[in-house]
Design a protein around this ligand. Structure first.
Ligand code: FES
Length: 272
């Protein structure tokens, strides 16, 4: 490591960057959390952060930069106190995500990937967050804010800017983006258990399976039969026929009528 890089990032950060490398058999596997730590300190991936990671890992700055510019969670421009990501992927878009994004651009007077003048909010449209069952979804520092509307999203950013405590609909109290980046670097803030772990829309499939007595086949049980391993094609064909059977079962059991009519209850049929 060169003196130049020791002097540019503070010694605590450099020590923590080295600490991250000890978590992995191959030190370079630590690059992703190291870049999150750089963001937690610098507010973005800076050149000196890239150089520090390269020095510690013994790779080139170009290799680090290649990673930092590939993944959209790494930012080369400063991020505000709160990163607000509006999902505008297909499902969220048709459910209102496009309208939310347009409203927030107007309300905050920023464009995509821009930060408000007070440095509080960076707005970005993001791709599917695997939360389609709660569309349209907004994320604040990667925590879910489910089932948003233009009005609720406007209140959300107003609360964030004015310092009102905000809690994720399926997670913890919202911290700042830098604090969240430190968690992503592997330094917990002890908020992981705050908030519900799952909600009715995500658990509906489990409820249907439970009511019908469906269980996943045990891979261990299959292994004990002594049957030869199935080819990938055989496995896929079996999967298709299982799925077709399940869909028939669902129709026969009337489970397709659940959903909104069930009023969001975990038990789709209102039974025990
Ligand atoms: S499309 Fe928005 S979370 Fe999937």
């Amino acid at each position: 490591m060169t003196e130049l890089h020791e002097g540019t990032l503070d010694t605590t950060t450099l020590a923590e960057l080295r600490e991250i490398t000890t978590r992995y058999p191959q030190a370079r596997s630590a690059l992703l959390p190291m870049l999150h730590l750089v963001q937690s300190v610098e507010g973005r991936v800076t050149s000196r952060g890239i150089e520090a990671c390269a020095d510690i890992l013994g790779i080139s700055a170009a290799e680090v930069s290649g990673v930092a510019t590939f993944y959209t969670m790494y930012k080369r421009r400063p991020v505000g106190d709160y990163h607000v990501g509006v999902c505008t992927n297909t499902l969220c878009a048709v459910m209102g995500g496009d309208a939310i994004f347009e409203r927030l651009k107007d309300h905050l007077d920023v464009g995509n990937d821009e930060t408000t003048e007070d440095g509080k909010v960076t707005l970005e449209h993001v791709e599917c967050n695997a939360a389609c069952d709660y569309a349209p979804v907004v994320m604040v520092n990667w925590e879910f804010m489910d089932n948003q509307t233009p009005e609720s999203a406007t209140r959300l950013v107003d609360d964030l800017r004015s310092g009102v405590e905000v809690t994720s609909t399926r997670g913890p109290r919202i911290c700042t983006w830098r604090e969240a980046e430190r968690v992503l670097a592997g330094f917990p803030d002890d908020r992981a258990d705050e908030g519900p772990a799952g909600g009715p829309p995500s658990l509906l499939g489990l409820a249907i399976a439970k009511e019908n007595g469906w269980t996943a086949p045990s891979s261990e049980a299959e292994g004990r039969t002594g049957q030869p391993a199935r080819t990938a094609q055989e496995a896929q064909e079996t999967s298709y026929s299982d799925r077709a059977r399940s869909e028939t079962d669902i129709e026969e059991s009337g489970a397709e009528t659940v959903g909104e009519d069930a009023g969001g209850e975990q038990n789709p049929k209102g039974g025990s």
